[in-house]
Ligand binder design. Structure first.
Ligand SMILES: [Zn+2]
Length: 491
């Protein structure tokens, strides 16, 4: 069995109460597991990675991400949710299965470059069976650990004129779901099937019964659904609960919620993903609930990137934005009472846990991922503690170094399932399986190959997207989502 020996690093180890301790140690990896943690481990057959002046962190866990969208990066910089739907989400219609392969591979490699080792993928790229196969092939090739959330969401039947097929469960969807359910898992068990579906409040009950029967049949452990809460509007989690479906398999995004919804989450064990960058930009609630003490659901929270089209895929960056915005909101609340806070309220440890062990709970993989422990998967990230960003803080408080000071440039090495995927700050070339080889025309691809293909495929997608009448499209999307014109408006 292949062995890796991480020598003399500062490992971030969770204790039984999930508090992180920095421990100088060696770590022996055997196959895909952490075999031993301790001082002075020797193993002549192991490949040694010298970790002096390095911080070894559990791999980051991203609990909400639309991984396929890479060619759309950049277009949502000044967008609200209303602008995003027609120009982001629904342009899946413009992607061929091959475009999907490159988009998905690019998305996975950006995550690996950032130290993310597990993702809950909300894959609303279900334009045909082949789109799903190519997305899964790319995820497997990249080496990510993933719950591939198959998505029978509404999709476009045409971009010009902009026409929404509201019944995403029709056409090829259910046969494809069946086929994927029988084929899962993939990639030595790293990629498993999930469900990612937003129709629970609207779809006819008999359709939902059929869908949930499949979820049970396939043993699906993660059901993702978007939740957008507005005061006075019907609660999506409550509607799902009225159908009798809401349980601990549900992983919602995003994190704004009422006290009643929070109580329901706790009662049913529902986890949620907070995606600070998109939540703050796209008016999805402030501050992020994952840091709020008053709602009583902090242990059910986790962090996601949501759209790498809109913001970086670096999970510590999301931890940072969430933490600091929660502190800001707390400061404002004190100021409203004429007070100046004496304590900061939320800690870097809490933020770090949301990025690691809490994410593992949300994805139901806490027994095997989310922390560094003997017997768990070897999903590890090695940071350079002496980089210009991390120097001194890396020694003084490695958790603060990661949450508040790091960038993807400080991620030196990434190991997933015992396999090195980034080394010395550079992504390792990706080996391709038979179906992936057909797309790429070669046995393996470097990041440069992936980037060239992304730029090439983006060009056609972008020129097609420019033909969409965006105002007409926004109106039709709002109609489809039962949002009336008088509900839209700026302050
Ligand atoms: Zn989303």
């Amino acid at each position: 069995m292949a062995q890796l020996l991480l020598k003399n690093g500062i490992a971030l180890i969770h204790d039984e109460s999930e508090h992180v301790q920095a421990v100088k140690t060696d770590i022996l990896v055997e196959g895909n597991r952490i075999a031993k943690i301790g001082g002075n481990i020797s193993s002549p057959q192991a490949e040694v990675i010298y970790c002096t002046d390095k911080i070894i962190s559990p791999g980051f866990i991203d609990t909400h991400h639309h991984v396929w969208q890479t060619q759309l990066k950049g277009r949502h910089a000044d967008h609200t949710l209303v602008n995003y739907y027609p120009t982001g989400n629904f342009t899946a219609k413009l992607f061929t299965a091959e475009d999907t392969f490159w988009g998905q591979l690019g998305g996975c490699l950006e995550m690996i470059d950032c130290g993310t080792t597990s993702v809950a993928d909300f894959a609303h790229i279900n334009m045909s069976p082949e789109h799903n196969y190519k997305a899964i092939a790319a995820t497997v090739a990249a080496g990510m650990r993933s719950v591939y959330g198959f998505s029978p969401n509404p999709r476009l039947s045409s971009t010009v004129p902009f026409t929404i097929d509201i019944n995403g469960l029709g056409g090829h969807s259910m046969p494809t779901f069946d086929e994927l359910g029988k084929a899962s898992p993939w990639g030595d068990g790293r990629v498993t099937l999930g469900l990612a579906y937003d129709g629970f409040p609207w779809a006819p009950k008999e359709y939902l019964d059929m869908l949930m029967a499949k979820v049970d049949e396939f043993g699906i452990k993660v059901i993702q659904t978007h939740v957008l809460w507005r005061p006075g509007k019907p609660s999506i989690p409550q509607k799902i609960d009225e159908h009798g479906f809401l349980d601990k398999r549900f992983l919602t995004s995003h994190s704004s919620m009422s006290k009643e919804d929070a109580d329901l989450y706790r009662k049913r064990g529902v986890h949620y993903s907070s995606t600070p960058s998109t939540e703050l930009q796209m008016a999805m609630g402030f501050p992020v609930a994952a840091f709020r003490h008053d709602l009583g659901v902090r242990d059910l929270g986790s962090l996601g990137v949501d759209c790498h089209t809109n913001n970086s895929a670096f999970i510590p960056g999301e931890a940072r934005i969430g933490l600091q915005s929660a502190r800001a909101a707390r400061g404002e609340a004190a100021a409203e009472k004429g007070k100046t806070p004496v304590t900061v309220g939320y800690t870097v440890q809490e933020a770090f846990n949301l990025a690691t062990i809490r994410g593992a709970h949300a994805m139901k993989i806490e027994d095997m991922a989310g922390s560094i422990a003997e017997g768990k998967f070897a999903d590890l990230v090695i940071f350079d503690a002496n980089s210009p960003s991390m120097v001194c803080v890396g020694v003084h408080d490695p958790v603060a170094a990661i949450v508040l000071h790091s960038s993807p440039a400080d991620v030196d090495t990434v190991i997933i399932d015992g396999i090195v995927r980034k080394r010395d700050g550079r992504l390792i070339d990706v080996k391709l399986d038979e179906s992936a080889k057909q797309v790429a025309g070669k046995e393996s691809v470097s990041w440069k190959d992936v980037a060239m293909n992304l730029i090439k495929t983006r060009e056609r997608i972008q020129s097609e997207a420019e033909k969409i009448d965006h105002k007409d499209a926004e109106r039709k999307v709002m109609e489809a989502f039962y949002i009336s014109a008088d509900e839209l408006g700026d302050p």
